[in-house]
Design a protein around this ligand. Structure first.
Ligand SMILES: [Zn+2]
Ligand SMILES: [Zn+2]
Length: 390
């Protein structure tokens, strides 16, 4: 559905992508080939897995649920530890990460969204945006609440210190094989595991809630990211600590935070209210509009248009269509409403499809009505172009 309307063109700043920042990123990938020349021990794989999970927690619980969304509270010491742990994953500074993520929620899947796969294509959303001009610098005005802590501002300026220290520690403990497998490979896996949330979780999965963007719920992504794959839930109610809203939606990050809350290391974990989980929140007009556009985009205008022209060829209807097309698009729209067109999806079909796409919206009628309008408008535009060209 979404893929049909994917616009794979990238922002103009894509040209600016060659930048010194790309080099360490590429080197980190190349360093993984060091595995070929060392004698890899089981302990190296254990370190690799452990550092993946522990640092993914730093990203999901720290960078995302705490610094970006303030979905729970903690002490100043643990706050710093979370930032340090997150930064040891070499995904830049905590303030950069959280400020970019706040903008993602503000502009999800619009042109201003820096990593929308729907707007900019898979590779741009997955990693290229980080190196393009708009992605490189942080917008600190959106993260003032944490920038005020001097220790965080200090850490932000030394973004490479935590991964460097971790790399040295792993090398000291487990030698070269430990460094290549336990540190470099684990860091690269962690990059791409995290990045799937930007690239894949806005394309593949189920949309349980109408959020006005393309966010999805995806079990596989939830497993490899310790719970972040319930991304549609998260866009529906970003300030909740858990992202799995049901017992079967595995959310390891939340289980760990819940455990830490027993010892008061973290507190005030915020649950989504029952009416939010049930999806009976009032849906805004812009959300209806976005959902209707998504629903309409799941039908191919070109296919319907071609089928119409085929059926109407050598009939007075085609002549009438041409006549109306010469007057303008609104006349064609009027004509499409006057004649019976079996090729057009009926409101009942639209409703069925909408029910599958958006399981938690209480009344689908406004979305269906608007989608029907959009389809008629798009087909009219297509027909006017075709009728004029013939
Ligand atoms: Zn998102
Ligand atoms: Zn978020």
């Amino acid at each position: 559905m979404a893929s049909k309307e994917q616009n794979i063109s990238c922002p103009a700043d894509m040209e600016d992508i060659v930048h010194p920042r790309v080099l360490p990123f590429i080197m980190m990938h190349l360093a993984c080939f060091g595995i070929i020349w060392v004698d890899v021990q089981p302990i190296d794989w254990i370190i690799c897995g452990a550092l993946y999970v522990i640092r993914m927690f730093g990203i999901t619980a720290g960078f995302h649920r705490y610094f970006s969304h303030r979905s729970f509270k903690t002490s100043r010491v643990f706050q710093f530890l979370l930032a340090f742990l997150g930064q040891s994953s070499a995904q830049r500074g905590v303030l950069w990460w959280a400020s970019k993520h706040r903008l993602h929620h503000k502009y999800s899947d619009t042109d201003q969204d820096l990593h929308s796969p729907v707007k900019h294509g898979f590779w741009y959303a997955h990693l290229l945006w980080i190196f393009a001009k708009p992605g490189r610098t942080a917008d600190y005005s959106s993260i003032k609440d944490f920038q005020k802590y001097p220790e965080l501002a200090w850490l932000e300026k030394r973004e490479r210190v935590p991964p460097f220290l971790l790399g040295v520690l792993v090398w000291a403990v487990a030698g070269w094989s430990g460094l290549f497998v336990g540190f470099f490979l684990s860091t690269v896996l962690l990059f791409h595991g995290t990045f799937t949330i930007n690239s894949l979780s806005h394309v593949y999965g189920k949309q349980s809630y109408v959020t006005g963007d393309h966010s999805r719920n995806n079990l596989f992504l939830a497993i490899i990211t310790l719970g972040e794959g319930w991304h549609n839930n998260h866009h529906h109610f970003p300030s909740a600590t858990p992202q799995g809203f049901h017992w079967w939606q595995i959310d390891i990050t939340y289980y760990i935070l819940k455990f830490l809350s027993i010892f008061r290391i973290v507190w005030d974990l915020r649950l989504p209210p029952a009416h939010v989980v049930a999806g009976i929140r009032k849906v805004s007009l812009s959300v209806v509009e976005n959902a209707a556009e998504q629903l309409a985009a799941s039908f191919s205008v070109e296919q319907i248009g071609k089928s119409l022209l085929n059926t109407w060829s050598h009939t007075p209807k085609l002549e009438e269509l041409r006549k109306r097309a010469r007057i303008g698009q609104s006349e064609v729209e009027k004509f499409l409403r006057e004649v019976k067109i079996p090729e057009l999806p009926a409101p009942a079909d639209l409703k069925d499809k909408a029910r599958n796409m958006f399981t938690h919206i209480p009344s689908l009628n406004p979305v269906v009505e608007r989608a029907h309008q959009i389809i008629i408008q798009s087909i009219s535009v297509w027909l006017v172009q075709e009728a004029m060209a013939r």
